[in-house]
Design a protein around this ligand. Sequence first.
Ligand SMILES: [Zn+2]
Length: 95
Amino acid sequence: MPELNESICLLCERELAEPISRHKLIPPSKGGKDGPTVAMHRVCQNKIHAVFTETELKNYYFTVERIQENEEIQKFIKWVKKKELSFDDVSIKKK
Ligand SMILES: [Zn+2]
């Protein structure tokens, strides 16, 4: 098993920069309190929670690969790649 790369955001695949969030693949409210987490830009993590409900995350989108396959996430990745590494968007609302 290759070591998990903690210097790259697993969603947008850019270098990590503050603010960084740890995304729990299974939402804590759905039994994932002690589950695996992945490092992401805060803006990337916020986007995940804006697109998917916690139930959707638990039932299907519990791998980064599945999240990346979503059309809305793909559009977001294209868009965010043009931003600064530390770009944050406080207007993103959680679902
Ligand atoms: Zn990112």
